[in-house]
Design a protein around this ligand. Structure first.
Ligand code: HEC
Length: 153
């Protein structure tokens, strides 16, 4: 038995700690955008496209339809036209590129894009106090949306 694990309780605590760290997601400030891509999942595993579809359509979360048409969501009203249609987005972009676009579109297009940075703390000045330090989507929601986008062929 490992000498450091004198008490069973401390072994259990150490294991619990280790598993929490593994399950942890990449913090917004630590996401590396290289070659207009984010290669690794933010949560260490693939997202869920079914959840991603809901987050995409949810007006309080992704609200992607406010700016993008998407034939897969024809049952929803009012698709915006500020951004390009996302029909076929999963064929035009790799998963890593889609992840970079959702994380921080400003790093992929230009600072002037109106598309919000969904997983960045650099969202401009005069942010409402209760929103400081928060991202629009969680790391899991980003991965779910990315998984959904890859299905739009
Ligand atoms: C306020 C408007 C707005 C919102 C909201 C928005 N986008 Fe965008 N998006 C844009 C614009 C504009 C572009 C085009 C890039 C540019 O030139 O600015 C774009 C580009 C994209 C592209 C690349 C499109 C292509 O195929 O060329 C993807 C993918 C994308 N957005 C996904 C999303 C997703 C997913 C969401 C929701 C989580 C979202 N967008 C929310 C405005 C928006």
């Amino acid at each position: 038995m490992n000498k450091k694990c004198v008490l069973l309780a401390s072994c259990a605590a150490a294991l619990l700690w280790a598993s929490t760290v593994i399950a942890d997601s990449v913090a917004p400030g630590d996401v590396m955008i290289e070659n207009l891509s984010v290669a690794q999942s933010l949560v260490g595993q693939p997202g869920d496209p079914v959840e991603g579809r809901k987050t995409f359509a949810n007006r309080k979360l992704g609200n992607c339809l406010a700016c993008h048409a998407n034939a897969d969501l024809d049952d929803q009203l009012f698709h915006g036209e500020v951004g390009p249609s996302l029909n076929g987005a999963g064929s035009r972009w790799t998963e890593a590129q889609l992840r970079a676009i959702v994380v921080n579109a400003k790093a992929v297009f230009t600072d002037l894009t109106v598309m919000p940075a969904f997983y960045s703390l650099e969202v401009g000045e005069n942010v409402r106090e209760e929103l400081v330090g928060k991202t629009i989507l969680t790391a899991q929601q980003v991965e779910d949306v990315v998984a959904y986008l890859t299905t739009l062929k």
